[in-house]
Design a protein. Structure first.
Length: 377
């Protein structure tokens, strides 16, 4: 098996060990303080702080996919046969999701351009409510500042994931779930649990790649696990310690995205992302209140379903808050697909509209030169 040349350097492994120590300390600190999702939020917070303080932190990118697959298996285990019966019931909430995505994307793009001072293409793809990798790729193809788009989405996910559990606790009094004995400890789990977990994670990840699913390492295992649980073939759930490890790694990888970035730039991006997060969460609550008034679905569940904080992360928050995980995960998948498929055509339409308004009569057969594209400036 080929090993990445950089990973042969023992110093990287020392940095990785240091990073895990920082992450574990953060998780244990959050657990001691009785804060929500300690293994993800605690590790993410302390590693981000370490990045700001310029500690020599490191985590190999390849470590996240298997951990994400474990979370996918866990989320799939939350599906039940009743999910199929609820798809039509969820149609009004999915329509509300479309409204939220359009409103938040428009408001955040305007905010990033008019207030934060980004060029319009960077503001557009940086302000979309989802699809970090896809928005980076689509934006860079059209001349966006790739680094700014990446940092903006990373900061958005970090702030939304961190703030939302506390907001829901404060406004709704939603309790954070503690371990209730329904999930096996690793020493008590039967061997069949590990077999099912391995099959769902490995085969599901491969299936996600073959089907070209968005967030393939999460969606493939989640889809396979959901099929097995909905079909009544198994009722297993991953052991608590394995789930905690997966959350620890996901939080660590989120934090190390800021390693190597100047502290001043991190502060500026977090400040800008804070404003964007306030806008998004405000629109989330407005949309959730309106949809909840017509459907009767609890406000906390709708907020978690609409909040653009990442599919894996927000599904874990839903799990901790005892919300309907299948409902939340389905809506986040719909949001990712909506943004991924709609961002580029909408951007092209906006370019065409602004060009037509500014230059109503271009020369016959001639394309409008790049310098005459006001939306791209």
């Amino acid at each position: 098996m080929q090993v990445h040349p950089g990973l042969r350097d023992w110093r990287l492994w020392v940095k990785f060990a240091l990073t895990l120590m920082v992450a574990i300390f953060g998780a244990l600190l959050f657990e001691w303080l009785l804060l929500p999702l300690p293994w993800m939020l605690g590790s993410m917070t302390l590693v981000t702080l370490g990045a700001v303080l310029r500690l020599k932190l490191f985590a190999p990118a390849r470590i996240r996919p298997p951990m994400t697959a474990i979370i996918g298996v866990l989320l799939g285990a939350s599906f039940s046969p009743s999910v199929l019966d609820n798809l039509l019931v969820w149609l009004p909430t999915l329509l509300g999701l479309v409204v939220f995505s359009a409103m938040s994307g428009l408001c955040c793009a305007v905010y990033l351009h008019k207030i934060a001072g980004f060029d319009r293409v960077t503001a557009f793809f940086g302000g979309m409510p989802g699809g970090l990798v896809e928005m980076i790729e689509l934006g860079s193809e059209r001349g966006a500042d790739e680094r700014a788009v990446a940092l903006m989405h990373s900061a958005r996910i970090l702030l939304v994931v961190f703030s939302l559990p506390f907001i829901l606790q404060l406004l709704e009094g939603v309790p954070i779930a503690e371990y209730d004995g329904t999930r096996d400890r690793i020493m008590d789990a039967p061997l069949s649990t590990f077999a099912w977990l391995l099959v769902c994670a490995v085969v599901g990840s491969r299936m996600g790649r073959l089907l070209r699913l968005p967030a393939k390492d999460l969606m493939g295992p989640m889809l396979l696990s959901a099929i097995l649980h909905v079909g009544g073939l198994t009722e297993f759930t991953p052991p608590t310690e394995i789930v905690n490890l997966a959350q620890l790694i996901i939080g660590t990888v989120l934090g190390v995205r800021f390693v190597g970035v100047a502290p001043r730039l991190i502060g500026r991006m977090l400040a800008i992302a804070f404003g964007m997060t306030v806008i998004m969460i405000g629109i989330v609550f407005i949309t959730a209140i309106a949809v909840g008034a017509t459907t009767g679905i609890p406000l906390a569940t709708l907020v978690l379903a609409y909040a653009p904080g990442g599919l894996a992360e927000m599904s874990l928050v839903a799990l901790a808050l005892n919300a309907d995980v299948a409902f939340v995960a389905t809506h986040h998948l719909a949001r990712i697909l909506l943004v991924m498929l709609g961002a580029a055509p909408i951007y092209a339409l906006l370019v065409r509209l602004t060009v037509t308004r500014a230059y109503p009569a271009p020369d016959k057969g001639g394309a409008v030169p790049p310098s005459a594209r006001p939306f791209d400036k």
